[in-house]
Design a binder for this molecule. Structure first.
Ligand code: IVH
Length: 675
């Protein structure tokens, strides 16, 4: 063979390997079987051995990346690792602050100090120190349970192995971000899409020697469990971190007032391109730990913090077609198929058009030149149309009135706004509509629901088309022999999938209820229902009910949720799903939260305005101490807490039912707190 031919052959193989690598490492979605991959690698090494003149920086002999392992030991976080809610605009920030002030029942003028910390886009990790020694490091995982990556973390030079400072707590989980610097990423460009993926790949190597080769950094910013930490606010904590030998973000600041937050945000956004690490926003944390404690969490994010994401990136493209997608709740969402375009480093070919009204209002047509925006992690959307660039052959877009399943769609009437919805829907048919069913399956396997490793939206699409799954229970009865033979699969990947699916057969009632995707039952409501019913068996009795009104006793469940729950249980297909899922799953009873609290077996209702404490805070105080709250005076009520200007009728009914009426001070005394 001539030299050129050898080069050509070799380069072709290298190119193919680079492509496989991208899918393999980056997207964790291999496009060839392990055997095919290994064979190709072998062929390249063979050629290199035979012809000494062959060289490539992507040669498998020199590359540092190895397949990230799925086999790390799992371990629980003593205190869960939460996520953050997002803010995109000044209005979002004003709202965030307002909610805090309301919750704390403070005057509008109350000044809150925030620790403003640029949000590094890396991988979070939790490092446990006992008596100064770094003993264990976990990845975030699902927030409750992470992977034990101690040995890999030990290779990071920013992580102290031992801390001798006298004021270092006896035990503490130091939490922060593992990331790779942009300058180091330069050498890894053809293997990973971005620095974040490179950091993640490096951290998940089975062999720490490989981790060592990809230079990782660590910046600390919070803590989980602690015993002996003596600081009162976040900014002092950050100072301590530095004294103990951790790196902290040099751009952290203490700021109060939304206007000043915005100024700081604009300043940092300008510097963003020059930083040696990727940031995707700024995290604001209420500085005072006492206030943080009072504010607590909603679902899986703290009330006292928010991530202010950097403004979107925009680009101009052309609409090639408009498709109608059916969402999980039956909403018909128009999606523009656009000429692929790079927005902020991501290739975008779909952009949301929101709803029918939006299309009519902006008169958006196929062929139009449009501006597309991509903000944070949300789906890109069309912001405006350049009418001047429109050709006169385009036609108005006619929105379909039927769902692809054949059903007439409807626009719901909103009783509160007294207007028809902008969104057109296939009436709430759940799994009876084929299109909705597919979306419901995606929700079922999603992160906050069953969270099945490696079972993402793409696999749902594929298995759906192949008719391997139709209803949720099918996921637990997959035909793995058939899957193994599918294109791009093999024994190993089928076994991995089986392992991931089996692993999730045990599930909490709360997650289970959320997974069902009942409209208007999100994480928070699923938690409420789970606590109220306690077990799957009790939850299922809803199917035998005619009257659902006692659900209204659950604070947080209103008429909208009630109608939706009723609708869910009125469908035979849903009952079949519940029964069959119950057969294959182990649905765990709700964990009773602290049943030994001071307020156990006691129920409360507040009327009138309380002093310095909001309704929401009273509610969390009651629940933390094992009490319950109800929404009306009935025989079930034990205590009516009265504040300023109470509702007379409530007091009268309480008196008639001989219910104890107490004021705020008496209530706080019940908790051993003085008023
Ligand atoms: S605090 C309880 N502080 O953002 C609040 N998180 O969406 C959660 N992150 O998983 C952690 N910089 O990976 C916090 N200064 C910072 C952060 C930060 C980046 C990441 C972290 C977390 C995610 C939450």
């Amino acid at each position: 063979m001539k030299k050129e031919e050898i080069y050509k052959k070799y380069n072709k193989k290298i190119k193919l390997l680079t492509k496989y690598n991208k899918f393999y490492f980056d997207k964790s979605a291999p496009i060839v079987s392990d055997k095919e991959y290994d064979d190709l690698k072998g062929e390249i090494l063979y050629l290199e051995n035979k012809y000494a003149f062959l060289k490539s920086k992507s040669s498998p002999a020199t590359v540092i990346g190895h397949k990230p392992s799925k086999n790390f030991k799992k371990s629980s976080h003593k205190i869960p690792m939460l996520s953050l809610s997002n803010a995109f605009s000044e209005d979002d920030l004003i709202n965030f602050e307002k909610k805090i002030i309301n919750f704390l029942s403070k005057k509008e003028s109350f000044e809150i100090s925030y620790s403003a910390e640029p949000k590094i886009d890396g991988i979070s990790a939790s490092l446990t120190y006992k008596n100064g020694n770094f003993v264990r490091g976990l990845s975030r995982g699902d927030g409750k349970e992470g992977e034990d990556i101690t040995n890999n973390l030990k290779t990071i030079k920013d992580i102290p192995q031992y801390i001798s400072s006298k004021d270092f707590p006896e035990e503490i989980d130091i939490r922060g971000e593992v990331f790779i610097q942009n300058s180091d990423f330069e050498n890894l460009k053809d293997k990973f899409a971005n620095p974040r993926n490179a950091a993640s790949g490096s951290l998940r190597q089975k062999n720490p020697e490989y981790t060592k080769k990809i230079p990782l950094n660590f910046i600390a910013y919070t803590f989980g469990f602690e015993n002996g930490l003596k600081v009162e606010n976040q900014s002092d904590y950050l100072k301590k971190l530095r004294q103990w030998g951790f790196k902290i973000n040099p751009l952290n600041k203490l700021i109060s007032g939304v206007k000043n937050l915005i100024d700081n945000y604009n300043e940092i956004e300008k510097k963003r391109a020059d930083l040696n690490f990727d940031i995707d926003g700024i995290v604001y944390k209420v500085n005072d730990f006492d206030l943080q404690k009072r504010l607590g969490n909603v679902a899986n994010a703290p009330r006292w913090a928010v991530a202010h994401k950097f403004s979107s990136n925009k680009a101009v493209s052309q609409i090639k077609d408009i498709e109608i997608q059916i969402g999980r709740t039956g909403a018909l969402t128009p999606v523009a198929k656009i000429k692929p375009i790079n927005i902020g480093g991501v290739q975008v070919s779909n952009a949301s058009l929101h709803n029918e009204d939006e299309i009519i209002r902006k008169d958006i047509r196929v062929g139009d030149t449009v501006t597309v925006e991509r903000a944070g992690d949300v789906i890109p959307h069309v912001v405006s149309v350049d009418v001047l660039k429109r050709s006169n052959t385009t036609k108005k877009f006619i929105f379909p009135k039927k769902c692809p399943c054949g059903y007439e769609t409807i626009k719901e009437f909103n009783k509160i706004t007294k207007k028809f919805d902008a969104v057109r829907r296939c009436p709430d048919r759940g799994f009876e509509c084929n299109r909705i069913a597919k979306e419901k399956l995606k929700h079922f396997v999603s992160k906050e629901a069953f969270n099945i490793d490696g079972f993402g939206k793409k696999i749902v699409e594929k298995f759906w088309e192949l008719r391997l799954i139709k209803l949720p229970q099918d996921i637990f009865k997959l035909d793995y022999d058939r899957i193994e033979k599918l294109d791009g699969w093999g024994k190993l990947s089928a076994d991995n999938l089986r392992y991931s699916v089996d692993e999730k057969k045990q599930i909490s009632l709360e997650r289970f209820i959320y997974s069902l995707g009942i409209r208007h039952i999100g994480l928070e409501n699923a938690k409420l229902l789970s606590r109220y019913f306690g077990s799957f068996q009790k939850f299922k009795t809803l199917s035998k009910k005619n009257n659902y009104s006692d659900l209204l006793n659950i604070d947080g469940i209103g008429e909208t949720q009630l109608v939706s729950i009723k609708n869910f249980f009125s469908k035979n297909i849903n009952l079949k799903i519940l029964n069959e899922l119950n057969e294959v799953l182990n649905i765990q009873d709700a964990k009773v939260v602290n049943t030994k609290g001071l307020l156990r077996d006691k129920s409360f209702l507040v009327t009138g305005k309380l002093n310095n404490i909001s309704r929401a805070e009273v509610k969390s105080l009651i629940e933390e101490n094992s009490g319950t709250t109800v929404s009306s005076v009935s025989k079930k009520l034990n205590y009516l807490i009265t504040g300023e200007k109470p509702t007379k009728k409530k007091i009268e009914s309480a008196k008639a039912l001989k219910i104890k009426i107490i004021d705020q001070d008496e209530f706080l005394r019940m908790l051993n707190k003085t008023g």
